[in-house]
Design a protein around this ligand. Structure first.
Ligand code: HEM
Length: 400
C-alpha cells in the first residue's frame, strides 16, 4: 500500500528504538502519508489517527476477522501451541470476569509494599560505574506484585517466571519465528502450571484466595480466573521495569527539567509520571486488524488489512504535543488527550499500579541518584526481537 512509505530503518534497530523521532519528524510533515512500513509491517503513528484506531472498535480490533480461513489457522495454532490456544480462549475475554480482575487490582493497590524497591536504587548513590543494578530492577515489579497477591515463590521460580514471560512477549506478532513461538509456548505452559497450583492452594487471608473464592461464587469457570492471572503475571516483567530504565535515562538526560522535582519531591504526582511515560516507555507497536471498511486520513481501509499502532509516534506527535521532545511537567493529561495506557477495549489493566509504583518510587530514585551521574549512551544495549515492546538490557550509569 503506497499510503505507507518506507521507513529508513528497521524498527528493530537500536537507534530507532532509543530515539525514533529523527526518523518520524519528516513523516509528520507529510499530510499525504498515512504511516510507514518497515520489516514487512505497516504502522500508523500520528496521535489523531491512532486515537481513532484505539477508540473505534466497529472498524478495527486486535483479533483477526472471523472467517473460515482464520478459524482453520487458529485451530492449527492451538493444536501446535495448546497452552497459547487455551490462553487466547480464556484470558480477558469474558467481560464480567475481566471486571472482577479489575476490581481486585484496585484492592491489590493497597497491598503493594515498596520497601524492597528503594534499596536497589540506593547503590546508585555511590561513586563509580553501575551496571548490575538493572538485573535487580528487572525482577522488582514481579517480586512485589506476586507478594501483594499472596503468591509464594522461590528465587529460582521468580527468575524462571521472569524468563518465561519475556519469552512469551517476544513471540507476540512474530508468527514466522518457530523458535520464538516454541519458547513462548513453553513460557505459557510453565506460568499456567505455576498459577494453577497457587490458585488452587492459596492461603487463607491472601488476595489470591479471596479472588479464587469470589470467582467461583460468581459462577466463572476457573479457566477465566487462572488465565487472567496468567496474563497479569506475564505482564509484570516487561512493563514497569523497562519503563524504569527509560525513566532513569531521562532523569539524567533532562537535568534542568527534573531539578524542580529533586528540590521539591512533593511536586511528584500522576501527571509527572505520565509525562515521563509519554516521553519514553516500553510499549512500541501493537497490532490491529480491519473488521469493516472505513476511511482514515482519507485513505480507504479494507476488511482484512492489518496494521500496527506505533505508540512512541502517538506520544511524540508535534501536531499534538508542543515541543514533544522536552520533558514538561506542566502538561495536563486527561482521559481523552492521550493514549499512553492505550484506551477503550484494550486499555491497560496495570495503569493504576504503574502510576502508584512510579509516583512512590520516583522521589526515592531522585534522592539516591546524584545529579552529576550520567548514562554511558554508547554502551546502552536493547534486545531486538520484540515487536510489541523493546527492552533496554544494559544501561550503565557513571557517578563521577
Ligand atoms: C509502565 C507503564 C505501562 C504502560 C505505559 C502500559 C501501556 C499499555 C498500553 C498502551 C496498552 C494497550 C495495548 C493495545 O492497544 O493493544 C496496554 C495494555 C495492557 N497492559 Fe499495560 N502498560 C503499563 C503497565 C502495565 C502493567 C504494570 C501491567 C500488569 C502488571 C500491564 C498489563 C497490561 C495488559 C494485560 C494489557 C492488555 C489489556 C487488554 O487487552 O484488555 N501494563 N498497556
Amino acid at each position: 500500500m503506497s499510503k505507507f512509505v518506507a521507513l529508513e530503518a528497521s524498527i528493530f534497530d537500536a537507534d530507532f528504538t532509543l530515539d525514533p523521532y529523527p526518523y518520524l519528524a519528516p513523516l509528520y510533515e507529510r499530510e499525504d502519508v498515512l504511516g510507514f512500513s518497515a520489516d514487512g509491517m505497516n504502522f500508523c503513528f500520528r496521535f489523531e489517527d491512532c486515537h481513532e484506531l484505539i477508540s473505534d472498535h466497529r472498524h478495527v480490533a486486535r483479533e483477526p476477522v472471523a472467517t473460515e480461513e482464520t478459524a482453520i489457522q487458529q485451530q492449527a495454532f492451538a493444536t501446535q501451541y495448546p497452552t497459547r490456544g487455551w490462553h487466547y480462549q480464556y484470558s480477558l475475554s469474558e467481560v464480567k470476569a475481566k471486571a472482577l480482575l479489575n476490581r481486585y487490582l484496585l484492592i491489590l493497590l493497597a497491598r503493594i509494599e515498596l520497601d524492597e524497591v528503594i534499596p536497589v536504587f540506593a547503590t546508585l548513590s555511590q561513586s563509580g560505574r553501575h551496571e548490575d543494578y538493572l538485573a535487580e530492577v528487572r525482577l522488582l515489579p514481579m517480586r512485589m506484585l506476586l507478594k501483594a497477591w499472596g503468591f509464594t515463590f522461590s528465587e529460582e521460580q521468580l527468575q524462571r517466571l521472569y524468563d518465561h514471560s519475556v519469552a512469551l512477549v517476544k513471540s507476540f506478532d512474530n508468527f514466522d519465528n518457530k523458535r520464538l513461538l516454541q519458547q513462548g509456548e513453553e513460557g505459557m505452559a510453565y506460568t499456567k502450571a505455576y498459577v494453577t497450583e497457587q490458585f488452587n492452594h492459596a492461603a487463607v487471608g491472601t488476595l489470591l484466595k479471596d479472588f479464587a473464592e469470589e470467582s467461583r461464587q460468581e459462577g466463572f469457570d476457573d479457566n477465566y480466573a487462572i488465565a487472567s492471572l496468567v496474563t497479569f503475571v506475564q505482564s509484570t516483567p516487561n512493563t514497569i521495569s523497562v519503563s524504569t530504565a527509560y525513566m532513569l535515562r531521562n532523569i539524567l538526560r533532562f537535568k534542568d527539567a527534573v531539578r524542580p522535582l529533586r528540590d521539591n519531591p512533593s511536586l511528584i504526582n500522576d501527571n509527572v509520571v505520565m509525562e515521563f511515560l509519554r516521553r519514553d516507555n516500553h510499549v512500541k507497536a501493537l497490532s490491529r486488524q480491519v473488521h469493516s471498511p472505513f476511511s482514515l486520513r482519507g485513505y480507504d481501509m479494507q476488511v482484512g488489512d492489518s496494521l500496527y499502532i506505533f505508540y512512541p509516534g502517538i506520544n511524540l506527535d508535534p501536531g499534538h504535543w508542543e515541543q514533544p521532545l522536552s520533558l514538561n511537567f506542566q502538561r495536563e493529561f486527561t482521559r481523552s488527550n492521550q493514549n499512553i495506557f492505550g484506551g477503550s477495549r484494550y486499555a491497560c489493566i496495570g495503569s493504576r499500579i504503574a502510576l502508584k509504583y512510579f509516583s512512590q518510587v520516583l522521589p526515592g530514585i531522585l534522592q539516591q541518584l546524584p545529579e552529576r551521574a550520567c548514562i554511558l549512551d554508547d554502551e546502552i544495549e536493547v534486545d531486538g526481537d520484540w515487536v510489541a515492546e523493546r527492552v533496554i538490557t544494559r544501561l550503565p550509569i557513571l557517578v563521577p
